[in-house]
Design a protein around this ligand. Structure first.
Ligand SMILES: Nc1ncnc2c1ncn2[C@@H]1O[C@H](COP(=O)(O)OP(=O)(O)O)[C@@H](O)[C@H]1O
Ligand SMILES: [Mg+2]
Length: 423
């Protein structure tokens, strides 16, 4: 069922989007934790080196210097990482440097700087005390390329797995969406089956009542009061019969559409001729209601469709236009051909449809204003039938409307290509 396929796909999409957002968020949080963890490790290594070197610094009363070459005293767990060791005097002038070239900027506390354009360094700076006095500073630095590479690899791994993960999420999402939609689908099928059964079961009794009424009318010719009451029964029964027939037509069309059943020999008809014919038939009705019926551009077009369906589609749209347009209004009908489609437009200057009802008017038994529609005589099945018929013909129907201004119904039907196949 097309309707539920859409619902299923929408649920899947929503679930996948949500899960992807969670994945991205978790990835970002994990990267941030990873990054700050690695940075802390570097800082603690740098701090330890600074502490271990404190004793190697001597102070002669005016300036500081190392007692011996400090690198021999530094033992790092990572043998490849050689720290830059700098000794600054109390006036923050660099006096000694060992190891790879570091930054020559004094950087208080823990921070990051650039040694050369390509080399980024993490730096820890600790004051050297002699008594109460700060006599100099030890500034220890290590490149952060190891940390940055690790983060980059982590991000790359996240990105590389993302398509598989999202694919997997979409698949699970689809599975669960299908399970969630199934009961809805089943009750909808049940509803359709009920409509079909009710239609079938009611058809015969209603027909019998109507013909009994016809017969009784002759018998009651001489009793005007009774004849009047019979007339009410007769009218109501006719209405009921129309409703039952509409219901049967709707369920039959929908079943054919659901099962993808196609009548083997659907005739090719001249759509413009059929359309003109129907417009002609509606002339009287519009005249009677004092509404102008204006046939705009009507292109010639061939479509593969049975005349009955076309008649039902257009007569329903025109009857609605007449019913929901006040005296003095105007209804415009047109048929335009584009590359693949014939587009039939029925537009009125009537009461319009409120936006919240637009999506529902194609539902069975839905009417914008229940009380008004009942006096108008409609059953609320008209547009449901129109939609089912249009879709059975592989077409589509759309509506735009503005309350108080009017409505426009747009039907698109695939053109029949003279070469013998539908385009
Ligand atoms: N041309 C139109 N202008 C305004 N409202 C419309 C129009 N066509 C349909 N509607 C609204 O859509 C509802 C459903 O239409 P339909 O299925 O044909 O049922 P109905 O038997 O009431 O005509 C109508 O009751 C009406 O409220
Ligand atoms: Mg109608």
């Amino acid at each position: 069922m097309k309707m539920f396929t859409k619902l299923r796909l929408r649920l899947t999409l929503q679930y996948t989007l949500l899960a992807t957002c969670v994945y991205l968020l978790l990835g970002a949080i994990a990267s941030a934790f990873f990054y700050s963890g690695l940075t802390e490790t570097i800082d603690s290594v740098l701090g330890e080196v600074a502490n271990s070197l404190d004793d190697a610094v001597q102070y002669n009363g005016s300036t500081v210097s190392f007692v011996h070459k400090p690198l021999e005293h530094v033992h790092l767990s990572d043998k490849h990482a050689i720290p830059t060791i700098q000794l600054w005097n109390a006036s923050r002038v660099l006096v000694e440097e060992y190891g790879p070239h570091g930054t020559n900027i004094f950087m208080a506390g823990e921070s990051e700087g650039q040694a050369e354009p390509q080399v980024r360094l993490r730096s820890v700076n600790k004051p050297v005390h002699r008594g109460e006095q700060i006599v100099g500073f030890l500034q220890i630095q290590l490149p952060v390329s190891g940390r940055d590479d690790a983060i980059r690899e982590f991000m790359e791994a996240l990105t590389a797995t993302a398509p598989f993960l999202i694919g997997g999420l979409a698949a699970t999402g689809y599975f669960f969406a299908s399970r969630a939609v199934k009961p809805v689908e089943e009750s909808f099928a049940l509803l359709k089956q009920f409509s079909a059964d009710a239609g079938h079961e009611l058809k015969t009794p209603v027909a019998i009542i109507r013909s009994a009424c016809d017969n009784l009318a002759d018998d009651l010719k001489d009793y005007p009061a009774a004849a009047e009451r019979l007339e009410v029964i007769h009218r109501t029964t006719e209405r009921m019969e129309r409703l039952v027939l509409d219901l049967l037509l709707l369920t039959k069309t929908e079943q054919a559409k659901d099962e993808g059943r196609k009548e083997s020999t659907v005739p090719v008809v001249e759509l413009d001729m059929v359309f003109r014919e129907i417009l002609g038939e509606f002339g009287d009705l519009f005249e009677e209601k004092e509404i102008e019926l204006y046939a705009d551009r009507i292109d010639s077009a061939h479509v593969q469709a049975d005349k009955d369906s076309l008649y039902k589609i257009f007569s329903n749209l025109l009857r609605n236009a007449a019913r929901y347009t006040d005296k003095g209004g105007k209804v415009t009908a047109s048929l335009e051909v584009s590359v693949d489609y014939a587009t039939i437009i029925v537009s009125d200057t009537g009461i319009g449809i409120p936006p919240e009802s637009l999506a529902k008017i194609f539902d069975r038994f839905y009417r914008v204003d229940q009380s008004r529609a009942r006096t108008g005589g409609g059953s609320g099945l008209g547009l449901a039938i129109v939609k089912a018929l249009v879709e059975k013909l592989d077409g589509s129907i759309d509506v735009t409307s503005e309350a108080g201004k009017g409505s426009t119904f747009i039907v698109k039907l695939p053109l029949y290509n003279v070469a013998g196949r539908p385009t």
